[in-house]
Design a protein around this ligand. Structure first.
Ligand code: C5P
Length: 230
């Protein structure tokens, strides 16, 4: 981030909702389907947004992270359905929604209230059903907040990201290339910012530095759309 670029007050008076971390989809009382998201990027974005003056609601999947300084409200959830419900409630009247969570695409069709036993009926086959797309659903609301999505891609990052931006009707999309060193679960990240009229590369940096730059860009795009408050 340009050291002269200040976050101070760029989001003052705005309500920002951020979802973060993975979701866990329970199979039975001891097993679940999860993913490698740590929540670090979303928590760093929440901290930067709070520092920029926003009233931040952070909706967190199962993560081992302390609530960042300045965050007004934290809602802890476990599953995609719980995250969906919490986000839909929080985005009412919100100005900006930033979807950093790695929401599970599927959940098991039928949760077993009893631990599934080995051997009783051979190898179990899990039937999966699709989870709601929280981001697309928020973007389809009318009125809707300024909507920022994330995308983790392993290949053809720019192409896949632009297709996602259009399909989900987003205002801004932050795409990252997932590999061993950066992205999911790592401390560093690099982002390709994409919006309907252009794109910008935010080079590799720590997630907290990158989050500050990202929030500064989100504020700039938001104000370009809505006109800066006097
Ligand atoms: O389509 P894909 O999962 O790659 O899109 C990633 C973006 O969509 C992220 O911003 C993620 O938080 C959001 N998403 C969501 N609900 C889902 C799946 C993804 O909000 N069920």
């Amino acid at each position: 981030m340009n050291p002269n670029e200040s976050l101070d007050g760029t989001l003052t008076g705005l309500r920002v909702v951020i979802d973060a971390g993975p979701t866990y989809e329970d199979i039975d009382p001891v097993r679940f389907l999860g993913n490698r998201s740590s929540g670090k990027m979303g928590f760093a974005v929440a901290e930067a947004a709070a520092r920029a003056g926003a009233e931040v609601t952070l909706i967190a999947g199962p993560v081992a992270l302390a609530t960042p300084a300045g965050v007004a409200r934290r809602v802890d959830v476990r599953s995609a359905l719980q995250m969906h419900a919490a986000v839909m409630q929080a985005v009412q009247g919100a100005d900006i929604f930033i979807a950093t969570a790695a929401v599970a695409d599927w959940r098991v069709a039928e949760y077993s209230a009893r631990k599934i036993k080995k051997g009783a009926r051979g190898t179990p086959v899990l039937e999966l059903v699709e989870n709601p797309d929280i981001l697309a659903e928020v973007a389809a609301r009318d009125p809707r907040p300024f909507v920022v999505g994330f995308a983790a891609e392993t290949d053809h990052v720019a192409e896949h990201a632009r297709a996602k931006l259009e399909r989900k009707k987003l205002d801004l999309l932050a795409a990252n290339h997932v590999n061993e060193e950066i992205g999911i679960g790592a401390d560093d990240n690099a982002l390709e910012l994409i919006w309907p009229g252009g794109s910008e590369t935010l080079p590799r940096a720590s997630k907290s530095e990158l989050a500050k730059t990202l929030v500064a860009r989100i504020a700039a795009h938001y104000h370009a759309r809505h006109g800066k408050p006097a």
